[in-house]
Design a protein around this ligand. Structure first.
Ligand code: 13P
Length: 253
């Protein structure tokens, strides 16, 4: 049975005090709260990852994630953070392939395949992000674009490694724009992704893989999006920065 996951990508937001305030509000707010989400994943800036991980360590269903990891395990890469370091502070996941990193840091599918390998080799699970631009959506090639991203960066993995992958479909045109994919657009793409995973890994593994939606997901639209057959949760940006909004999204299953 695949897990229902709500992940909050804080991106480059919050200072130290604000990050602490948010995580404490979430821990307190979620304590004893009835909800059907299996995993709540917080992706703070790397600087606050250890503190956030410690603060959620006694909370059920709460996990932490890095927003990125390096291709190499260690070495002369000034300013970078390795999967080994992320694992050593107790985080469970790392994001790989967010469109903002693909765009601003020129991360190629091949580089992301290496990041996935390094993350898995160091015991992290991966939330792998994919998604098309508006131009590609308008050209009608969105499904083949996204499945090619998955093929290039993930399809070298063994069945057992693939079980540590969560997919996040984040159409670039919906990120931070207030324009959400319609429930039909989200369901269509998620179903296509699952079909594509089944073609490589078989139906059982595809059915067990959580596929999250990201892009202007908020307390108002989360319930409808999460009600779609192949939408197993969300990767939330802006709305994850306000505790009450994020908790409301967590309660949307
Ligand atoms: P928004 O929810 O702010 O659109 O961001 C989505 C996202 O990029 C999460 O990784």
């Amino acid at each position: 049975m695949r897990k229902k996951i709500v992940a909050g990508n804080w991106k480059m937001n919050k200072n130290c005090d604000e990050a602490e305030e948010l995580v404490v509000q979430l821990v307190v707010g979620l304590k004893n709260l009835d909800h059907n989400t299996d995993e709540i994943v917080l992706c703070p800036p790397a600087l606050f990852l250890q503190d956030v991980t410690l603060k959620i360590s006694n909370s059920s269903k709460m996990y932490s994630s890095s927003q990125n990891c390096h291709t190499h395990e260690s070495g002369a890469y000034t300013g970078e953070i390795s999967a080994k370091m992320i694992k050593s502070v107790g985080a469970t996941y790392t994001l790989v392939g967010h469109s903002e990193r693909r765009m601003y840091n020129h991360e190629s599918d091949e580089m992301l395949a290496t990041k996935v390998n390094t993350a898995l080799a160091n015991g992290l699970k991966v939330i792998f992000c994919c998604g098309e631009s508006l131009d590609i959506r308008n050209s009608g090639n969105h499904v083949s674009f996204v499945t090619t991203q998955l093929q290039n960066s993930l399809f070298h993995l063994s069945d057992s490694d693939f079980k540590n992958i969560v997919i996040a479909y984040e159409p670039i045109w919906a990120i931070g724009t207030g324009v959400t994919a319609s429930t039909e657009q989200a369901q269509e793409m998620h179903a296509e992704i699952r079909k594509f995973l089944a073609s490589k890994y078989g139906q059982a593994i595809a059915d067990d893989t959580s596929i999250l939606y990201g892009g202007s997901c908020n307390p108002k639209n989360a319930k409808e999006l999460f009600s779609q057959t192949d939408v197993d949760g969300g990767l939330i940006g802006g709305a994850s920065l306000v505790a009450s909004d994020f908790i409301s999204i967590i309660q949307s299953f």
